[in-house]
Design a binder for this molecule. Structure first.
Ligand code: ZN
Ligand code: ZN
Length: 271
């Protein structure tokens, strides 16, 4: 079963045709299920990265519907959206999301409190600037538990995204994070919130491995956290990158099934 539930079109960089191109590349690569999950509206003025505006959401879902019909019977197209979690916006999303024909919602921690993880320069001015890498992991995974408890998200994207910042902050990965991982896995499981293996960490960035680390994957597997797979492609040609390898990796770590979501309900597929 070859799936990729984390695909962007980034129409502000490419064009609106990028969604169709991504599905076409995915179909050509032999994907059976593809999930488009564009970055949704952000309500955090600290984040300088573009995402869909509120006023673009109708267009986004209309385009996806056209693509779904065009590729029917060839590849299943699921409708997703990737949203930043922070405590102030969860309520807003709660109101926003039922208006759209979503199959699933992806929760991301691109920001942790007033720190923008992806923006190394924002760390020193943030309230977390005194923390070492273990402290950052603690806060990051605490926020993940809060995100899970909102019940808004079907799965958490790139689940240990915090590690991306470490080289820029000249920090080593923390030692002995087993308890942090175990607590987070327990909460995800209790909230029926899944995670993904995100292959982008290995392919593009200086992270050099999948998100998340194997140890967290193992903890999540033992806790019964649903798992899916995503390439996080922002370029249509990258759709489906390494998703087969990621599925085999999950199998090696003890997973027997992957999850997809249709109309916010989870379905299991045998690996
Ligand atoms: Zn993301
Ligand atoms: Zn993404």
């Amino acid at each position: 079963m070859k799936i990729d539930l984390h695909v962007h079109g980034a129409p502000w960089e490419n064009s609106w045709a990028a969604y169709r191109q991504a599905v076409w590349y995915g179909w050509k690569a032999g994907l059976e299920v593809i999930g488009i999950c564009e970055h949704g509206p952000r309500f955090n003025h600290r984040v300088p990265f573009r995402s869909l505006y509120l006023s673009e959401l109708d267009k986004y879902f209309d385009i996806l519907e056209e693509i779904r019909l065009e590729f029917a019977g060839e590849i299943e197209v699921l409708f997703g959206i990737e949203l930043d979690y922070n405590e102030n916006t969860a309520e807003y999303y709660d109101d926003l999301l039922p208006r759209f024909p979503l199959d699933y919602v992806v929760g991301s921690l691109h920001t942790v409190r007033d720190w923008v993880v992806d923006l190394p320069g924002s760390f020193q001015e943030s309230s977390l600037s005194g923390l070492d890498s273990k402290g950052l992991y603690e806060v990051y995974f605490e926020e993940m538990k809060n995100a899970a408890q909102t019940g808004l998200f079907n799965f958490i994207a790139h689940p240990d995204f915090v590690k991306k910042a470490l080289p820029h902050l000249k920090m080593e990965k923390p030692q002995d994070v087993t308890d942090i991982y175990r607590d987070a896995a327990k909460m995800l499981s209790a909230c029926e919130t899944g995670i993904e293996i995100n292959t982008r960490g290995r392919i593009l960035s200086d992270v050099g491995e999948y998100y998340p680390a194997d140890e967290f994957l193992l903890q999540c597997g033992q806790a019964g956290v649903p798992l899916t797979i995503g390439s996080d492609a922002h370029d249509p040609k990258m759709t489906g990158s390494e998703v087969e390898e990621a599925a085999l990796h999950a199998k090696k770590l003890g997973y027997r099934e992957l999850s997809i979501w249709r109309k916010r309900k989870r379905y299991s597929l045998t690996i």
